[in-house]
Design a protein. Structure first.
Length: 150
C-alpha cells in the first residue's frame, strides 16, 4: 500500500489507511482485485469493511489466503489485471477466484479495454482552436441581464 501513485501501485483503495495529501490511497492490481473479492464477501454476509480491514482477525486469514492464491497469479498472467477487475465489477457475487467455473467464465468474458485514438488517424478535435468549457447553466441572473441592457 502506497501513499503516492506509481507504476506498480496505480489502483485506488478505499480501505488503505495510508492516504496521500489528496485523500487517496494506492494499491497494486493484485491487492485491488482482493479488495473487490472482500467487498463481495462482506456484501453477502452483510458486514462493513472498515479501513485496514485486512488487519482485523475476522478478515486477516481470508485476505491472506486470497492474495497468496497461486491461481490469481496465473489469471493475471493470462488475462491481465484490468480484465479481471472489469469481470469482478460485473459479477459481484464472486467471492473467490479459485473455482474452475470462475476461470471458465473469465475465459468467456468479452473485455474491451478503453481505447485511445491512434496517432496516425485524423482526430475530430482541432487543438489549434481554443475552446471555452463553461457550465450548462444558461440562466441569466438579474445582474447579467442589467449588464446586457447597458
Amino acid at each position: 500500500m502506497a501513499k503516492s501513485r506509481s507504476d506498480s501501485s496505480r489502483y485506488p483503495s478505499r480501505y488503505s489507511p495510508k492516504v496521500d495529501e489528496d485523500g487517496f490511497a494506492w494499491v497494486t492490481g493484485r491487492q485491488y482485485i482482493i479488495e473487490l473479492i472482500c467487498e463481495s464477501k462482506a456484501r453477502k454476509e452483510r458486514k462493513d469493511l472498515p479501513r485496514a480491514f485486512y488487519d482485523l482477525p475476522e478478515w486477516q486469514e481470508f485476505y491472506q489466503s486470497q492474495i497468496n492464491n497461486r491461481s490469481l497469479g496465473k489469471l493475471i498472467e493470462t488475462h491481465g489485471i484490468d480484465k479481471i477487475i472489469s469481470f469482478l465489477r460485473e459479477n459481484r457475487h464472486i467471492m473467490s477466484l479459485r473455482p474452475k467455473w470462475v476461470h471458465d467464465k473469465l475465459q468467456e468474458y468479452k473485455y474491451t479495454s478503453p481505447h485511445r485514438p491512434d496517432n496516425d488517424k485524423q482526430s475530430d478535435h482541432n487543438f489549434e482552436k481554443k475552446e471555452r468549457f463553461g457550465t450548462n447553466n444558461n440562466k441569466s441572473s438579474i445582474i447579467s441581464k442589467l449588464e446586457e441592457l447597458e
